[in-house]
Design a protein around this ligand. Structure first.
Ligand code: BGC
Length: 418
C-alpha cells in the first residue's frame, strides 16, 4: 500500500514525541509584510492575524498588493536597505537563503527544536527553511501549481471534459471558441505567463525535462525541440485568451471562470481560495483537475524572520513561529488558502476533494520522483534567473516572436545569468 505523502517522512518514534509538543504562548509585536490581498488570500492571512492577537500579540499589517509577490519583494529590499526591516516576511525557496547570506534574517531555532519541527515537516521543505542548520522560517502550506480550474456549465455546452493532454486542451479550446466562449481566463502579468509556461513545460516534457530545464538549467534541455514545442503551445494559449487579458490580476481571471466568462484557468490552488471565498463548491460550481504531466509542481509559502531589535519584536517572532506551526493553525489557514498543511501529521478529513487530490498526487509524485519545485513561484532558481525566464516568456507571449527565437533568447539569457 502506498504511504501518505505527508506521512511518508513521519517515523513512528516521532509521532510519539509529538504528544509532548509544547507551543509558545505570550504576546509580542510583529510587523508582517505579505502579498495576500485577494479575497481568498485576505481571508487566510486574517486567520493568522486573529490567532496571533488571540494570544495577546500586536499585529501590524503590511500588505503589498501584487500576485506572485514581485511588488512585495521590491518593497522588502527598500525596507532592508533603509535599515528598517519588517519583523516577518512572506518569502520562500532560494530567496530565504539569499537573504540569510546577506545576514538579514534571524533564527527561531529554540522554538523549532523545542517543538520538534524536524519531525513533522518533509525533509526537503525543512531544508529550505534553514540556514546554517537553524530554522529561520516557518512554512504555512503546500500549494500545487499544476492545476486546471474549469467551469462545468461551459464545458457541458460543448460536450467536453477537462482535458488530460495539451492536444485535447487545444481541441476543446477550438470548440469553445466556435461556440463563442473564451477558453482561457488569464492575466497578462509576467508571473502569470510564467505559471502557464511551466505548467505547459511539465505537460509536454514531463518531470525530468522540467527539472533539467527549469531547475538545473541544463543547456541541452533549454535548447531542445521540446522547448520549441513548449513555446508553440504558448502561442496557442495566447490565441485562447480574451482581448482584455493584459495586466489583469489573477483573481479577476479566477472570477471569469466563476462567472461563466471563460472556461479554464491555469493557476495554482490559491485560485481555489478565491472560489471558496466566493461561496463556490468544488465538483459542483467549479472543477479542479491536475494539468497534464502526471507530476506535481511544488510551491510552499513561509514566513521568514528578519533581524530586528527589541525584546517585544523578538518575542513576537517566536510566538508567530510557534503559532504558524501549530496543527490547529495549519488546518484553519489552509482550509481558507486553498493549499494543504505543510505539517505531515495534520488530518485532511476536513478538506475538500481538490485538497485530497493534491495530497494523493503529492504522495504519488514523491514515490515516482516526479515532484518538482516551481520556477515561476520562486522555489527553484535564484531571483535573477527567474527574472530572465519571465522576461523571455512574457516577450514571446506578447509579440509574434517565433518559438526558435524565444529558445535562442532564453538560452542566451540563462547563460548570462548563471
Ligand atoms: C503564493 C501564493 C499566492 C499567489 C498569488 C504565490 O506565489 O505562493 O500564496 O496566493 O502567489 O498571489
Amino acid at each position: 500500500m502506498m504511504r501518505s505523502a505527508r506521512g511518508f517522512l513521519l517515523s513512528a518514534g516521532v509521532a510519539m514525541m509529538l504528544a509532548g509538543t509544547s507551543h509558545v504562548h505570550a504576546g509580542g509585536t510583529v510587523e508582517v509584510l505579505h502579498w495576500w490581498t485577494s479575497g481568498g488570500e485576505a481571508r487566510a492571512v486574517g486567520e493568522l492575524k486573529q490567532s496571533f492577537e488571540d494570544q495577546g500579540g500586536t499585529w501590524i499589517d503590511s500588505p503589498i498588493a501584487g500576485g506572485g509577490g514581485d511588488a512585495a519583494m521590491t518593497a522588502l529590499r527598500a525596507r532592508v536597505v533603509a535599515g528598517n526591516p519588517p519583523t516577518a516576511v512572506q518569502l520562500k525557496g532560494p530567496g530565504i537563503q539569499e537573504w540569510a547570506v546577506e545576514g538579514a534574517v534571524a533564527d527561531v531555532e529554540d522554538v523549532a527544536a523545542a517543538e520538534g519541527w524536524d519531525d513533522v515537516l518533509p525533509p526537503a521543505l525543512a531544508e529550505i527553511m534553514k540556514f546554517d542548520g537553524k530554522y529561520v522560517a516557518a512554512p504555512v502550506n503546500i500549494h500545487r501549481v499544476d492545476w486546471i480550474w474549469a467551469n462545468p456549465e461551459l464545458l457541458a455546452q460543448v460536450d467536453a471534459d477537462v482535458p488530460t493532454s495539451w492536444d485535447e486542451f487545444n481541441t476543446t479550446a477550438e470548440k469553445l471558441m466556435e461556440a463563442g466562449i473564451t477558453p482561457l481566463a488569464h492575466g497578462g502579468q509576467p508571473w502569470q505567463d510564467a505559471t502557464v509556461f511551466e505548467v505547459v513545460a511539465l505537460g509536454l516534457g514531463g518531470a525530468d525535462f522540467f527539472r533539467a530545464a527549469l531547475v538545473e538549467l541544463d543547456m541541452d534541455a533549454l535548447n531542445s525541440d521540446t522547448m520549441i514545442q513548449v513555446f508553440d503551445q504558448m502561442r496557442k494559449m495566447r490565441s485562447y485568451v480574451d482581448p482584455g487579458f493584459s495586466g489583469r490580476d489573477w483573481n479577476l481571471a479566477t472570477s471569469m471562470v466563476m462567472n461563466g466568462e471563460a472556461a479554464f484557468q491555469i493557476m495554482g490552488d490559491w485560485a481555489k481560495g478565491e472560489f471558496l471565498a466566493g461561496g463556490k463548491v468544488p465538483g459542483e460550481d467549479f472543477l479542479c483537475a491536475p494539468a497534464p504531466g502526471n507530476a506535481f509542481i511544488l510551491n510552499s509559502d513561509s514566513f521568514v524572520m528578519f533581524n530586528v531589535r527589541g525584546d517585544d519584536r523578538i518575542e513576537g517572532q517566536q510566538v508567530l513561529a510557534s503559532l504558524i506551526m501549530s496543527p490547529e493553525f495549519q488546518e484553519t489557514f489552509n482550509l481558507a488558502k486553498g493549499s494543504i498543511p505543510a505539517r505531515v501529521d495534520v488530518s485532511l478529513d476536513a478538506f475538500d476533494i481538490c485538497a485530497q487530490r493534491s495530497h494523493d498526487d503529492l504522495t504519488a509524485a514523491i514515490a515516482a520522483d516526479t515532484l518538482v519545485p516551481s520556477m515561476a513561484h520562486e522555489m527553484a532558481v535564484s531571483r535573477s534567473v527567474r527574472g530572465e525566464f519571465l522576461d523571455v516568456v512574457t516577450e514571446h507571449f506578447n509579440s509574434d516572436m517565433s518559438s526558435q527565437e524565444a529558445v535562442d533568447r532564453l538560452v542566451a539569457a540563462i547563460q548570462r545569468a548563471m
